[in-house]
Design a binder for this molecule. Structure first.
Ligand code: SF4
Ligand code: SF4
Length: 700
């Protein structure tokens, strides 16, 4: 069967050359971007965590399996790729052995005749075939033609996806043709176990030529598929494990990335706008990890289906944000990879393409897309291949704010207030301690060193100190700590905004300024332990201040209160006979994985009947305030807080509880609108879980 071997090897050489050229191009494009040495360093220093991530996310398909049945189908199809690699080993072995000895009866040394391997190969191929049917059914049922914007596939390259399904189908049927024919010629390595191949053999004639054709078809299909894969979204087969390896751990949530230029954290005192990169203004400002994100997107649309902006008719789809950048990157790549001299000889159209801004009315990403993001993290949480959308968004916002001064004008007032008064409302610093006067016990204001006997610094936050509804939470937490005998103090007028709204808007410079000022205050006071009521403060203090030398043990009030209840230092005794639904704040839940403690507190309050909303915990729906959206007008589509409150009202609650001052305000506003229009009963309230707890503990 020399002719089979010659054809097979020539086909292989052509396909490997084509695929290799493409891989080289992808590598050159990614490495033409900004360096990201921290990604390599982290992976190197955390081998254990990286191995775990590969086992859980790549091999275990943890994120995808949450999406049954498509996750289950994907699990089998992905494992088919690994297990059927042994069939390709056998195919190439047969190709060579057939040419050398004339009998293609190759088997893998040692394990190659074990019935269990034969069974496994056939089983996974049949399972993958069923998986393909499931995929096809899902694609038909959820077709954008049928569901429009509600389809998670809307905007994806649909033709390419069907082609890939067709190619996997071809891999499977040619495998059975080749194996069935080999059974009949006596060249098949398994005497038993390969149940499906044995079955196919029964309907095939005995023919060496058929075996040769089957073998060539099986190899040929794989080679064509290989070339398609490296030129399509199916590239994720190879890039997903790399993307998981170089992702931030435990995920791209929690703290925002530091701002880097040429691989180094940007020092604002020495930064030079002519030399340094301030965020991302052009596609070439993307790091290689950003390019890896582009290459890895499977276009599955899971991020889009969870995005609060997309779900309220805004133009932002996290999927399209990645795909639009990817498509643009591929368009400009040939010119980006040219030498300066070659580029100078290009026409005006090429130069215009190269100059195309990443964000702008005529840019790759429309400003309305960029500014619609609430940084809620639903996209990052759901993405099965660990794409870090928020990192992309923040980098683009940084360039828009710091270089272009182009951002929603309303947010400018907030920035000015932060700069001048240290809080987004521009209120006098002294007002920060006024809530203390409403208490009937002393709260020490720390103006120098934390006294020895004071365990926690209570970080009140701007809303907690200055916003009337949030002040109720602050007072409830202070009272509860007092009752439990926890010694705490506050910074009062010395506390300034953590800088979260500035950072999430993209104003990294101001964030740095506020953060450094607070860290100086905290370090001088010798603060070790902090309790915060605002999840944004909590997230910034716990996950972002360490980037600037502020290392503290930070807890959210729900964590501390739940612990105090558990220890018996707080005893909720008075029943609250209410039906309550809890709204997960994004920066507490998804960003910091605090889902259980607020629920534990409510479970300990006698009489409380809890009812989960349809979208809860890691799939919780944002209130609309994150990502500095609290300080911008919501002009496009439906209001996010209205959408969330409508969902809450479907549980017919007496109370909606939450654990964030911004959620409290957003949901409270939306509930009031519903009350005014007669769509919610007058008695429905939005409260913090701390308010529920104090009511039960004090019996008020
Ligand atoms: S962070 Fe939230 S709002 Fe922003 S793109 Fe992701 S899902 Fe949408
Ligand atoms: S970014 Fe992730 S979740 Fe979104 S479409 Fe791409 S692979 Fe799917």
């Amino acid at each position: 069967m020399l002719w089979v071997a010659i054809i097979g090897l020539v086909m292989t050489a052509i396909a490997v050359t084509l695929a290799g050229r493409r891989v080289l191009f992808l590598y050159r494009l990614a490495t033409s971007g900004q360096p990201a040495p921290e990604r390599v360093r982290y992976a190197r220093e955390n081998v254990g965590a990286e191995i775990k991530a590969q086992l859980v996310e790549v091999f275990g398909q943890k994120k995808l399996l949450k999406w049954t049945p498509s996750g289950t189908a994907h699990f089998f199809v992905m494992w088919a790729f690994f297990i059927l690699a042994t069939v390709y080993l056998e195919a190439y072995g047969a190709l060579i052995q057939g040419a050398v000895t004339g009998t293609p009866d190759f088997h893998i040394p040692l394990i190659g005749t074990w019935p269990i391997l034969g069974f496994l190969q056939d089983f996974i191929a049949v399972a993958a075939l069923i998986g393909l049917i499931v995929f096809a059914a899902i694609r038909v049922a959820k077709s954008p033609k049928k569901l429009g914007r509600e389809s998670r596939f809307s905007g994806s390259h649909l033709g390419g996806a069907w082609l890939v399904l067709f190619m996997i189908f071809n891999v499977i049927w040619t495998m059975f043709l080749f194996r069935g024919a080999a059974v009949n010629t006596g060249n098949f390595p398994y005497k038993s176990g390969a149940f499906a191949s044995d079955l196919v053999a029964k309907i095939l004639p005995t023919s060496e030529a058929l075996e040769g054709v089957g073998l060539l078809l099986h190899i040929g299909v794989m080679l064509v598929f290989l070339v398609i894969v490296v030129n399509s979204k199916h590239l994720h087969i190879f890039t997903a494990p790399m993307n998981v390896l170089f992702s931030r751990r435990p995920d791209g949530l929690g703290g925002a990335q530091e701002m880097r230029s040429n691989g180094k954290v940007l020092d604002f005192e020495e930064a030079d706008p002519d030399v340094d990169v301030f965020g991302r203004g052009k596609i070439e400002d993307t790091t290689w990890k950003g390019f890896l994100d582009f290459y890895t997107c499977t276009e599955c649309g899971r991020c889009q289906s969870q995005c609060p902006a997309w779900n309220t008719d805004k133009p932002l789809s996290p999927k399209m944000l990645i795909l639009d950048q990817r498509d643009h990157a591929f368009k400009v790549a040939p010119y980006l990879l040219m030498s300066e001299e070659q580029r100078a000889h290009q026409g005006q159209d090429v130069l215009a393409l190269l100059e195309k801004p990443l964000v702008g009315e005529d840019g790759v990403i429309h400003p309305d897309v960029l500014w619609s993001c609430t940084n809620c993290g639903a996209c990052v949480e759901q993405c099965p291949v660990d794409i870090e959308h928020i990192d992309h968004i923040l980098d683009m916002r940084r360039y828009q704010v710091m270089i272009e001064s182009s951002f929603p004008s309303e947010a400018g007032v907030m920035l000015k207030n932060l700069e001048n008064k240290g809080n987004p409302w521009g209120m006098p610093e002294m007002k920060r301690a006024e809530w203390i006067e409403e208490l009937d016990f002393e709260v020490p204001i720390i103006d120098e060193k934390m006294p020895e006997d004071v365990e926690y610094l209570f970080w009140v936050g701007c809303a907690g100190a200055l916003e009337d509804r949030a002040k109720k939470t602050t007072k409830a937490v202070a009272e509860l700590l007092h009752i439990a005998g926890v010694k705490f103090g506050v910074l009062g007028p010395m506390e300034a905004c953590t800088g979260d709204p500035a950072r999430r808007l993209g104003m990294e410079f101001l964030f740095n300024m506020l953060a450094q000022q607070n860290i100086e205050t905290l370090n001088e006071a010798g603060v070790k332990k902090i309790v915060a009521t605002c999840p944004h403060c909590f997230n910034t203090l716990a996950n972002e201040y360490p980037q600037l030398g502020g290392d503290y043990e930070v807890v959210h009030h729900t964590q501390l209160l739940s612990h105090l209840v558990e220890e018996g230092r707080l005893t909720p005794i008075t029943p609250i006979e209410e039906k309550i639904t809890y709204h997960d704040p994004c920066f507490l839940g998804r960003h910091n994985k605090v889902y259980a403690q607020p629920r534990d507190i409510m479970a300990k309050v006698p009489g409380v009947q809890t009812q989960e909303m349809h979208r809860c915990k890691d799939r919780g729906f944002c209130c609309g305030a994150g990502g500095a959206r609290m300080w911008m007008e919501e002009r496009i589509g439906k209001r996010i807080n209205t959408e969330r409150v409508e969902e809450a009202l479907t549980t017919d609650p007496d109370t909606v509880s939450t654990a964030c001052p911004f959620c409290l305000v957003m949901l409270g506003d939306a509930i009031n609108e519903k009350k005014n229009s007669g769509q919610a009963k007058e008695s429905v309230e939005v409260v913090d879980v701390a308010q529920l707890l104090i009511k039960s503990v004090k019996g008020i």
